[in-house]
Write a protein that binds this ligand. Structure first.
Ligand SMILES: C[S@@+](CC[C@H](N)C(=O)[O-])C[C@H]1O[C@@H](n2cnc3c(N)ncnc32)[C@H](O)[C@@H]1O
Length: 213
């Protein structure tokens, strides 16, 4: 069954769909029950664990970010640490192809199911480590898992040589560091990653590789 309607903007359809499923709890359980035992069983102090905090980017904020990064119809988008996939599904409406990767198997399964139900044909989801993801195919890369992990931003920075010229990358809280970054813009965005109305300002960073606009 496809629940999207031509009469209603997709962002509203998506918001309703995600609000009616308990995605935060599902994703958190997946991290505790699957990701930690599978990937970190013998490394309980691994710095990558901090980046596993779950939260979702409000879809209005995601829309602002796509505008800010000038995501275009012929470009491919990836959400590194996509959780249950709403941001990647929204990006699919304006990108050529949208991909989400996450270590949490249940979150990826939820995203695939949502993609089918909502009739999004140009999105794909993979259970994989973002730090082992080939970044070359993507023009716009979003990673909000850096919000609580400077370590993750440093690791991601080391992977920038894979990216094509002109790639834009968005992180939260911590900017990336690389010789290939020619410009970085930052802006505070007030949001809550959870279901609460309590918002605070988070700094988003937009990086341009090789050539600044
Ligand atoms: C804050 S949530 C963001 C969810 C989604 N991107 C959004 O903005 O709504 C961060 C996600 O990053 C994932 N994550 C953290 N480290 C990861 C890694 N090394 N590889 C893949 N996913 C990772 C977590 O499992 C979690 O689902």
């Amino acid at each position: 069954m496809v629940v999207s309607s031509h009469d209603e903007p997709f962002v509203q359809v998506l918001s309703r769909y995600y609000a009616s499923h308990n995605t935060h709890t599902q994703a958190e359980m997946s991290i505790i029950e699957e990701v930690l035992p599978t990937y970190f069983a013998d490394q309980p102090m691994h710095p990558g664990i901090q980046a596993l905090s779950y939260g979702e980017t409000p879809l209005q904020v995601a829309t602002e970010i796509f505008d800010w990064a000038h995501l275009k119809a012929e470009e491919d988008f990836v959400d590194l640490g996509c959780g249950c996939g709403a941001v990647a599904l929204l990006a699919a409406q304006r990108a050529h192809r949208s991909t989400g990767v996450d270590l949490a198997c249940a979150s990826i399964q939820f995203a695939r199911a949502a993609s089918n139900v909502l009739g999004v044909a140009n999105a794909e989801f993979h259970e994989q480590d973002m730090l082992k993801t080939d970044l070359e195919p993507f023009s716009v890369i979003y990673c909000c898992a850096t919000a609580v992990s400077e370590w993750l931003a440093l690791q991601l920075s080391a992977n920038l040589p894979q990216c094509r010229p002109g790639t834009r990358l968005i992180t939260v809280s911590y900017p990336l560091r690389s010789d290939r970054i020619k410009a970085v813009y930052d802006r505070p965005i007030h949001l809550s990653w959870g279901n609460t109305r309590n918002t605070k300002a988070w700094t988003f960073y937009l990086h341009y590789l090789d050539s600044a606009p």
